[in-house]
Design a protein around this ligand. Structure first.
Ligand code: NAD
Length: 275
């Protein structure tokens, strides 16, 4: 079983459903990522912050899957923003991953108070030009941050990876992404598990003979989002990938659309300046 793909504004294609590894310790990442790859995932989402790029790289090497069949994303951590530090941070990520290039390199957060994200974007443009990232993008960028990057007149981000799940549907950010031709990628697509017990979700799941996680992931896929659910449990890893086979009715999709409540599980990008 494989995932459908989405074509990015860079011309590259990304699997619409990938595997997230936030909070997976480095010494467990190799086994967990190998399980995901053996299950059929081809896209892995890590970050320098997660401290598990080495374990992810080991899994890639051990899998024996040709590099061009894999889609690897990593992210520049906030403390490495700016022209001085970002180039070395990218090299470090490549080295830990054991790769010559990544498929997607993201600025993890805008950290607007520091005023470095535009300068940092220009570093990512250099990485793109060098061929060591096939696409570059951003994460947690609000419309005002995205507008500022696009106003530079250079590369438009391929992706904006944002917190997005039934309780936080981010309509204004998604519409800014769409306006600029930026693909929307949903982090914490299951609301870190909190969305699974919502009674509307469990009712839709029961009626369709699927799991709550599959109901939510099928809604994301039908909404055009790229998703990167995380699990360390083999049965759930398989169950999440199998959501690519689920088609919900228009009525069920609309029911999930009504679940917006503004409930975040992570920080607000407008005020997140930690590094
Ligand atoms: P998620 O929404 O993917 O939820 C993961 C949790 O849901 C698991 O720990 C497990 O408890 C539960 N779960 C998963 N599958 C399940 C299933 N089938 N049945 C029952 N429970 C299940 O949350 P996440 O890990 O925070 O987000 C996914 C990925 O997004 C991360 O691993 C990371 O790669 C990325 N992420 C990015 C940012 C960012 O700032 N860019 C922030 C957070 C996460």
């Amino acid at each position: 079983m494989t995932s459908p793909t989405i074509t990015l504004n860079s011309g590259a294609t990304i699997p619409q459903l990938g595997f997230g590894v936030y909070q997976v310790p480095d010494n467990e990442a190799e086994q967990v990522v190998l399980t995901a790859l053996e299950t059929g995932y081809r896209s892995i989402d890590t970050a320098a912050l997660y401290g598990n790029e080495r374990g992810v790289g080991r899994a890639i090497a051990a899998s024996g899957i040709p590099r061009d069949e894999l889609y690897i994303t990593t992210k520049l951590w906030n403390s490495d923003q700016g022209a001085q530090l970002a180039p070395a941070a990218f090299e470090r990520s490549l080295e830990l991953l054991g790769l010559d290039s990544v498929d997607l390199y993201l600025i993890h957060w805008p950290t607007p108070e520091r005023g470095l994200f535009l300068e940092t974007w220009e570093v990512l443009e250099g990485v793109l030009a060098s061929g060591r990232a096939r696409s570059i993008g951003v994460s947690n960028f609000l419309p005002e941050h995205l507008d500022a990057v696009v106003a530079l007149g250079g590369t438009v981000p391929a992706v904006n990876q944002i917190e997005l799940h039934p309780a936080l549907q981010q309509r204004s950010v998604v519409s800014a992404n769409t306006r600029h031709g930026v693909a929307t990628e949903a982090w914490s697509p299951l609301g870190q598990g909190q969305a699974l017990s919502n009674p509307i979700i469990t009712e839709i799941a029961e009626r369709n003979g699927i799991s709550p996680a599959q109901a939510i992931l099928a809604w994301h896929l039908a909404s055009g989002h790229i998703v990167i659910p995380k699990s360390v449990t083999p049965a759930r890893i398989a169950e999440n990938l199998a959501s690519t086979q689920v088609t919900l009715s228009g009525d069920d999709l609309e029911l999930i659309d009504t679940l917006e409540s503004g409930g975040r599980v992570g920080p607000d990008p407008a005020t997140m300046n930690r590094f």
